[in-house]
Design a protein around this ligand. Sequence first.
Ligand code: ADE
Ligand code: ZN
Length: 333
Amino acid sequence: MNQLDFIRALPKAELHVHIEGTFEPELMFAIAQRNEVEIPYKSVEEVKQAYNFHNLQSFLDIYYAGANVLIHEQDFYDLAWAYFEKCAEDKVVHTEMFFDPQTHTDRGIAFSTVINGLQRACDDAKERFGISSHLIMCFLRHLSEEAAFETLEQALPYKDQIIGVGLDSSEVGHPPSKFERIFAKAREAGFLVVAHAGEEGPAEYVWEALDLLKVNRIDHGVRSEEDETLMARLIAEKMPLTVCPLSNLKLCVVDDMAKHNIRRLLQKGVHVTVNSDDPSYFGGYMNDNFIAITEALDLTKDELKQLAINSFEASFISDDEKQKWSEQIQAMA
Ligand code: ADE
Ligand code: ZN
């Protein structure tokens, strides 16, 4: 089997995908039309032309504008369902999806509208495709601690449907320390915790996510390599990094995929995984990310297997499930 077919056949878990970042321009147009919401583009082509980002903020401005057309429960369902169809094509058998409630509640959309639409798609994906999923609610770090506390309050009645909380949006200038108290409260309430750190921000933010937020995983974390002591800690603790190669390229975290550090991190013993982040905006879903790094970095089948096994081991599924997927992947030739 060649590398391409091998990637397609590999079962994978996706641990870093923003459901609002899977919003394809075609669906955005269709939903805008049925909700009679104006968007600042005349065609799908024009939307795609706007996708030439040079950093995280230039992406986020467009990403939040796109999310404005989501109003009804069915819109959130359709958004998530379209993503699950991509998962089925890419052999993503388990996914842990981020959603940003504040992007919607700040526009007057009820928390229940968002979560009910997403949950219904998760239930249908299990039944129709056998894909399992968890929801992770992210706090927008450019907003205040007080706003995050309000959002956590709103989430409590849905505790059984939300496995964890995360931290996303504009990283530089909004260090994890700003959310130390909110993460303590979330952990106390029984949520698992993850945080974006070391994407554009420095290795120092990864330390803060570990020491102050006490995260179960680091999202991105690629800048950890700049700090040898941090690297030793990540390796010793088997701390997962949910790496997003096409995102890093599109947002100029790296200027060439051949210079991406994911293979080096893997070889050094860091628990790295491959993910799509915001696939509609960054040029590809899970398999596109695997293919991009395989071609640029010449990954072997054993390395591909290790990345896929890492994705299950770093996930929030049961130990039995982890073992089942690991054994299935190990047996692949
Ligand atoms: N929100 C959506 N995608 C993001 C990313 N890559 N970094 C931070 N916040 C995000
Ligand atoms: Zn992200």
